[in-house]
Design a protein around this ligand. Sequence first.
Ligand SMILES: [Zn+2]
Length: 180
Amino acid sequence: MRKLLPSLIYTNTGDPLIDTVLIVDPEGKILALESAADHDPASVQDLNGIIVPGFVNAHCHLELSHMKGKVDTGTGLVKFIESVVSQRDAQQEIVDDAIQNADREMYRQGIVAVGDICNRADTFRRKDESPIFYYSFVEMFDFWQDHLASKFLWIIKQSTIRLDDLRAMKKVWYPMLPIR
Ligand SMILES: [Zn+2]
């Protein structure tokens, strides 16, 4: 058990707390918030900083992490998507490394939950191992050609991880289109 005394604690309800001791268990789970006046200063670890609730990344494309800085913005949606699609077939090792690095970077930056859009199965294993809570939205789109939409559906269905396996994982999955 650790007793922490930050400069400020934001709880998302009401004003930030001052002179408040945060008591946590060895895993970091918050057990109590108590007045600093009730604790021996020698038993408290003084933190020169602010504690806030974990951040939420509400819109992420983790599987596209290898394209960071490589796609022009401000070009309009169709050109943007064409640019993304043209870079989709990078080496799997590069894609996997970028996914892992982006997941770690988000966690280091205090992100605890992510709404992630996915067109492929590339991120599924990393998400299952990650300390971050992922909500995955399986997205399918095409360039207004019906046969490409059905091709995306086929790719998802043929991926090494089956949808039943996904549902069994501890993370939550929301398909953006019904998947049979
Ligand atoms: Zn998006």
